[in-house]
Design a protein around this ligand. Sequence first.
Ligand SMILES: Cc1cc2nc3c(=O)[nH]c(=O)nc-3n(C[C@H](O)[C@H](O)[C@H](O)COP(=O)(O)OP(=O)(O)OC[C@H]3O[C@@H](n4cnc5c(N)ncnc54)[C@H](O)[C@@H]3O)c2cc1C
Length: 523
Amino acid sequence: MTRSELLQQLAVPQRFDLAVIGGGATGLGVALEASQRGYSVVLLESHDFAKGTSSRSTKLVHGGVRYLAQGNISLVREALHERSVLLHDAPHLAQPIPFVMPSYRWWETAFYGIGLKLYDLLAGADGLGPTEFLSASSVMARMPGLKSKGLSGGVQYWDGQFDDARFAIHLARAAAQAGALVVNYCGVTQLLHTQGRVSGLVAQDDETGQRFEVQANCVVNATGVWVDQVRQLDAQPSGTTIQAMVAPSQGVHLVVDREFLPGDHALLVPKTADGRVLFAVPWLGKVILGTTDTPRSDMPREPAPFEEEVAFILNESARYLAKAPQRADVRSVWVGLRPLVKPHHEEGASTKGLSREHTVSVSPSGLVTVTGGKWTTYRAMAHDVLSQCLTSQLLEVPDTPSVTAALQSANPSSQPPVSLTTPQGMHLYGNEQAAVAALPGADNWLLPGLSEAMVRFAARHEYARTVEDVLARRSRALFLDAAQSATAAVEVAAILHSEGCTHVQLSDYLSLAASYHLPSTNH
Ligand SMILES: Cc1cc2nc3c(=O)[nH]c(=O)nc-3n(C[C@H](O)[C@H](O)[C@H](O)COP(=O)(O)OP(=O)(O)OC[C@H]3O[C@@H](n4cnc5c(N)ncnc54)[C@H](O)[C@@H]3O)c2cc1C
């Protein structure tokens, strides 16, 4: 469907079973699961799909070694199962990757090794490979970029990694294929109430300003760190001010060249100088270093890193990597906001924390809010949301059971596995490679791994509207090398124009790319 056809559909007077607000991992997961169960679904996203936190993760599909250390066994087991479902469903976008935990103190190998053996046990049949105890020389063979001085050994274990933004687009397309109407750049500005119950919403097309009234039996607020803004819209008719449910915390990632961590293994430092976890993960031809966990009171669309966060990541990396990255080596810096759920937000609402990681709550008017959790468990969260909708009688039990518990992938798992550590390219298109190659400009490379045909495919089939949509989320050029990505912006804009996109926002992109650079000095 073209954009104007999507908007025409949205304008048709109808009543949906479910309206989802927010097109990140959580909202897209709910829309997909609900449409697969046979419900009529509309999903509205104010910006681009995954423009929020869902394109800014560490890109791990993981059980969460950290939660294991906290003794949260059921959470880890659930995430390990979801990890294997996600890896199976999208092998062109998600792959296993071995992690090495180096030991610089004699007891660490045994201590962490035993914990990771438990990780294997919890994974059971979902395991990706056995945990192995390594000598110092085996660690260096796997990870030649590591500092060898004082190294006593290490442990290798397995987790997964993925392309978060492309996977989000994959979910949006799968939901649309299952019958959902999914629309980006169409934010929800108002909730509609009938006799005190939420009965629909008003959304506005970003490009034309056109307003749409949408009726729905059940409205799900899946807006990540922004859930309280939508909860406030819900409370408006009664004139009450809601108590905030979310306290955002930001995480910074720095991207450097592969020469700082050669090889195909990721590094996990289980305890940094101040007790945090640090990752160095090869991804799409670069290395991601991160992350931080810094509370902040505001929630900007493009959060900037704090200077001390950048210093923390560079200093910690310098403790482990033989060649320490400097500020000038950083190709891109991106920041994500984690929605942390406050413990006592539920005044006046019936709340059910269905898992410790995410929360689903229903307001007195029937607005269902879901937040927290992680990318890996998006599907389990969707299940919990739909269970809550059924329990609260906002949805009826469907006539047809769920088509499948797993994602009905447009790219079935018969695809040959691809490595997510190698640079971007056609292999990330799974079984759609021939369709991309058939478009004009298949041999016109705008950047390494980004052809004119890929831009056309993004505009025609992947909901891309702007230069940023293409360079940040259909391709990951902005996240990999901000300066290099800017060199393709003019050409991307021209191709999008020729595909009928009218609001490509070229100059906004150039400013954005500049802001993904670290300033060269500390000032
Ligand atoms: C630094 C960091 C690293 C992480 N790393 C990992 C990892 O490696 N693995 C993992 O499994 N998880 C990870 N996570 C967690 C994971 O990224 C998040 O749990 C997940 O992306 C949250 O998705 P979401 O859909 O709830 O929120 P978001 O992705 O933020 O989506 C919410 C959407 O709602 C939209 N919206 C807001 N208001 C409106 C409105 N009025 N109308 C319409 N739309 C609206 C926003 O534009 C946004 O797109 C990480 C999180 C952080 C912060």
